[in-house]
Design a protein around this ligand. Structure first.
Ligand code: DAH
Length: 355
């Protein structure tokens, strides 16, 4: 083989060997095979010293061209392999930002909080504000200005935890009514609900707790009638317990409303036919309500000839117990995980999938 043929063969060899080459290791081996100390190109240069002087120059040039050619071929291939490997890696590591995130198990919403949130959402959608008041309350707001003067027999049921002569743990959320009316100097329409904790000297048993939650509602404006109260409570009942629920008013007594009513709701279990939950009556008592007493309006600076209002107070535990069929109120306060996990549902109905 003359040198020309040898060079041709090396080129063909290189071409054949790079054809299916697809990784860096093989490429490095190939570089050693062709350009290494004992590589084919290097070997060829050893012929040089045997050549006559006049051919040496040409051969040197040809050899350089060959070396450059091999270099270039291997470099191009190296770049191709690198790009291919990078793309492969990127493909593997790519993040689909449209996939939903992994949900973390962050616990569950307490059933009492769930009911409060539900009722708040409903009333906010009807234009109400959510008000809060202090849990350590003045006797004046908790009783006196709600038409329960000192010595009034209706105080007995709620006379409870006094801090001193004047201050007590509020026994109801109704004092927030007084606070809101007193605050409203310009007598603009009031539409509020006030959720919160209340305290009484009840013996703790399956249906009583010395500490529980209420949601108070108050609307004061011109021309507010009992119709508004009934319509509003019907909406509340349907929202909590589903359609086809009716509310029934029974005469009752609260010092701060006149007339006062106990409000019953069609039994959600039997739909009114009578069952063990409604004790055969078809109705379940859910809350107290009435038209704000003129004395309360007057005491808060409202002329009862111009302004009227309705109010209601609902026990949150009672609603939760009815809605979720919980038979012992103490379940709400004992942090039993098995109980709480049953409410492991995010607001908005999304279930916790990471469990
Ligand atoms: N405060 C009453 C209670 O704790 C509940 C109540 C009844 C609130 C009638 C009201 C109402 O606003 O109008 O027993």
């Amino acid at each position: 083989m003359n040198t020309k043929e040898q060079i041709e063969k090396i080129k063909n060899d290189l071409e054949a060997k790079t054809q299916n080459l697809d990784n860096m290791k093989d490429l490095n081996d190939l570089r050693v095979e062709f350009l290494g100390k004992k590589g084919v190109v290097t070997n060829l240069s050893s012929i040089m010293k045997e050549l006559p002087l006049e051919e040496k120059k040409d051969f040197g040039k040809t050899l350089n061209e060959l070396r450059n050619y091999v270099e270039e071929t291997l470099t191009t291939l190296k770049e191709e392999i690198e790009t291919r490997e990078l793309n492969k890696r990127l493909e593997k590591e790519s993040v689909d930002v449209t996939l939903p995130g992994t949900k973390l198990n962050v616990g569950s919403i307490h059933p009492i909080t769930k009911i409060i949130n539900e009722v708040e959402d409903l009333f906010i959608s009807m234009g109400y504000d959510v008000e809060e008041g202090p849990e350590v309350e003045n006797d004046l707001y908790n009783f006196e200005m709600l038409n329960l003067p000192a010595g009034h027999p209706a105080r007995d049921a709620q006379d409870s935890f006094y801090i001193n002569e004047e201050m007590l743990l509020r026994s109801q959320t109704s004092p927030v009514q007084v606070r809101t009316m007193l605050k409203n100097k310009e007598k603009s329409p009031i539409r509020i609900i006030c959720p919160g904790k209340v305290y009484r000297k009840d013996n703790d048993d399956a249906t009583h707790s010395h500490e529980f939650h209420q949601i108070e509602g108050l609307v004061v404006d011109r021309n507010i009638s009992m119709n508004h109260l009934k319509g509003t409570l019907e909406i509340l009942a349907k929202s909590l317990f589903g359609e086809n629920k009716e509310v029934r008013f029974r005469p009752s007594f609260f010092p701060f409303t006149e007339p006062s009513v106990e409000v019953d709701l069609t039994c959600f279990k039997c739909g009114g036919k009578g069952c063990n939950i409604c004790k055969g009556t078809g109705w379940i008592e859910v809350l107290g309500a009435g038209m704000v007493h003129p004395n309360v309006l007057k005491g808060c600076g409202y002329d009862p000839k111009i302004y009227t209002g309705f109010a209601f107070g609902v026990g949150v535990e009672r609603i939760a117990m009815l809605k979720y069929e919980i038979s012992d109120i103490r379940e709400f306060y004992t942090n039993n995980m098995k109980f709480l996990e049953q409410f492991n549902v995010y607001e908005g109905g999304d279930t916790n999938e990471s469990k």
